[in-house]
Design a protein around this ligand. Sequence first.
Ligand SMILES: [Zn+2]
Length: 313
Amino acid sequence: MIGPAIDRRALLGGFAGFTAATLPRTTRAAPLPLVEVAPGLFVHVGVHQDFSPGNRGGIANLALIVGGEAVAVVDAGGSPAQARDFLEAIAARTDRPVRHAILTHHHPDHVMGAAVFRAIGARIWGHARLEAALLDRFTTYRAAMERLLGAAIAGAEPVPVEESVAVETPRRVDLGGRVLELRAWPTAHTDCDLTVLDTATGTLIAGDLLFLERIPVIDGSLLGWLRVMDELARIPARLVVPGHGPASAPWPEALASQRRYLEDLAAAVRRAIARGRSLSTLLAEPPPAGDWLLSSDDHPRNITAAYKELEWE
Ligand SMILES: [Zn+2]
């Protein structure tokens, strides 16, 4: 998910104005289901929906990696309520402490639960540009999420990024006999995308650099994303955990559908620009979105983003 749609809804819908102190604790949903996609690497699969009180922001995939001494989570959930349920599910799997919370980028479905992990002492990791991106958008995101999710969002706070990762300077996190490699990327899905490679199992946790099933959303650069995908494809992994989609998929084959969508989008928009068609004309007769889920809002937004980027080529 990305900012502009949420910003728009926030502006249209207003602000509920409640605070954490006045809200009851939200009713517990069923325990957060986790799928073990590789030994000691668990994924919670987000639902393919827009934000709603029923899903409590749980629309993105979340990962949990258990090492010999410590646990890392990759992404913190779409609300503190979901993060608390994630913690409960973690406690049912391991008694090792959650020492690291790695955030793949600043979109609310990935970070709104981060304060819950900070409160239990987890160190917050992210792209070198993540903290600025969080500060830039957090207030707007939270106001929108209060309206869209209700009580589940109570307690959401921006977190300081204590361990930052610069582009082209990967960092390693040792969980005790299990090393994660963190890489920050040039602007692609957003300007603060980060991936995690679990070297023990050859599993790449791609965040929203990879969408499966749910339509990819451009909040950074279409051409940048295609370039980053070329580099991603060279990562020696066996499996990938996408930011949205199934718990895991074969790597690098899983890149194919997203690459096709983004390449087709670039080609269609370039053709339109070459023929002198305006953006509004193109949006009136958009190129097909294919079989992607939730494309009715996000495909036109991608066309708009692509047009604005490519008209200056
Ligand atoms: Zn995203």
